[in-house]
Design a protein around this ligand. Structure first.
Ligand code: 13P
Ligand code: SF4
Length: 320
C-alpha cells in the first residue's frame, strides 16, 4: 500500500511538471480510475475519452486504455503529445481486422457505406466513411438506414448483429470478436438468473446474441453505468469487463453487482471477464511513460491521420 501511495504521489507531480492529464477507460483497474479522478482527468467510455482529450488544454495526454484509444487521441490532437503506459496494449478487434484485408473487403462492396467501430487501427479508420463507438452505433446506423444506405460493418460481429437486429438496416459484417465479451455464456446466465430472480441483467453488445437476448439493458459502458443508477433493481448481473464494477459500486454503494458467468458450468471465471490489455495499465507503467516518452509515445502517419480524421470528426459532430 505504501509503495502504491508513493507511485501516486510521484505521478501527481509528474502530471503537473509535464502539463499532462490522465484519460482512463472504465475497464482499467480501480486504482488507475481513482487516480484519473483525483488528478482532474477523466474516466469514461471510448467516446467520452476522445471528447475529453480533444477539449482539455493540457499539452500532453496520457491515455490509460488500449492502443486504438491513444491513436484516436493523436488523430484528433496532432499538436499534443499522446503517451500510453504501454504500446503493447492492443485489442482483439483491432488485431482481427488487418487494414489490407479489410480494405480488400471494402473494395469488393463499393455500393456500401463503410462503418467501423472505434476499436480499430488508424489505417482501418482511414478506409472508413464513419467511425462509431458502442454508445452511438445505433443512432448512426439508423440515420444511414433512413437515407437508404447499405452498410459494410467492421470489425465486431456481435455488435454488428445487434445493431442490424435493432435497426433492420442492410449490413454486411466483418467477423471479428472481443475475446473478453465473446466468453459470456447464455446457459450459465439463465441458471444465475434463477438464483437472483429480482436481478436486472446488463449486457455490453460485444457479447454473443444469445446473451444480449437475456438482457434487461444493452449498451456501452457509460450506458450500462447509467442503467445501474436509474433502474430500480437492487441487484444487477453484469456482462462486461469487471473494471466497470468500480464506478457502479462507487455510484451505488447499496446495490449488489454480480459478474455474469463466462464458464459454461455456471462458475464465474475470475480472470476471464477482464481485458488482458486493459490490465497492462499499471501505476509503474504510467510513471515510466511520464518519465520518459520514448517507447510510450503514439505517432500516426500524417497521410493516415488526415484520412482517419474525416470519419472520426463525422462521429464527433454527429454525437454533439
Ligand atoms: P465502450 O465504448 O462501451 O467504452 O467500449 C469500449 C470497449 O473496448 C469495449 O470492450
Ligand atoms: Fe478490445 Fe475487448 Fe479489450 Fe475492449 S475488452 S479493448 S473490445 S479486447
Amino acid at each position: 500500500a505504501d509503495q502504491k501511495a508513493a507511485y501516486k504521489e510521484r505521478i501527481k507531480l509528474l502530471l503537473q511538471q509535464r502539463d499532462a492529464v490522465l484519460v482512463a477507460h472504465y475497464y482499467t483497474d480501480p486504482e488507475i480510475q481513482a487516480l484519473a479522478e483525483e488528478t482532474g482527468g477523466c474516466v469514461s467510455d471510448s467516446l467520452e475519452m476522445a471528447r475529453f482529450g480533444n477539449k482539455h488544454p493540457a499539452k500532453t495526454l496520457i491515455v490509460a486504455g488500449v492502443k486504438f484509444m491513444g491513436e484516436t487521441a493523436k488523430i484528433l490532437n496532432p499538436e499534443k503529445t499522446v503517451l500510453m503506459p504501454t504500446l503493447e496494449a492492443t485489442c482483439s478487434l483491432d488485431l482481427g481486422c488487418p487494414a489490407d484485408a479489410f480494405s480488400a473487403f471494402c473494395d469488393q462492396h463499393p455500393d456500401r457505406v463503410v462503418v467501423v467501430y472505434a476499436n480499430t487501427s488508424a489505417a482501418v479508420k482511414a478506409r472508413a466513411d464513419w467511425v462509431v463507438t458502442s454508445s452511438i452505433a445505433l443512432d448512426v446506423v439508423e440515420h444511414l438506414d433512413s437515407e437508404g444506405k447499405k452498410i459494410l460493418w467492421g470489425p465486431d460481429r456481435h455488435l454488428g448483429a445487434y445493431v442490424q437486429k435493432q435497426t433492420g438496416a442492410d449490413m454486411l459484417l466483418w467477423q471479428g470478436a472481443c475475446i473478453v465479451h465473446d466468453e459470456f455464456k447464455a446457459k450459465a446466465l439463465i441458471e444465475l438468473k434463477k438464483q437472483y430472480p429480482k436481478a436486472a441483467v446488463l449486457v455490453h453488445p460485444e457479447s454473443p446474441a444469445n446473451v444480449v437476448d437475456l438482457a434487461d439493458a444493452v449498451g456501452s459502458t457509460s450506458q450500462l453505468i447509467k442503467a445501474s443508477k436509474t433502474m430500480p433493481n437492487d441487484t444487477f448481473i453484469v456482462a462486461t469487463d469487471r473494471g466497470i464494477f468500480y464506478k457502479m459500486q462507487q455510484a451505488m454503494p447499496d446495490k449488489t453487482f454480480i459478474e455474469a458467468p463466462t464458464g459454461g458450468n455456471g462458475a464465474t471465471c475470475r480472470s476471464c471477464a477482464h481485458c488482458p490489455w486493459m490490465a497492462m495499465n499499471g501505476l509503474k507503467a504510467i510513471e515510466d511513460a511520464l518519465l520518459q516518452s520514448e517507447g510510450h509515445e503514439i505517432f500516426v502517419d500524417a497521410d493516415l491521420r488526415e484520412k482517419a480524421l474525416i470519419p472520426l470528426d463525422r462521429m464527433l459532430n454527429f454525437a454533439k
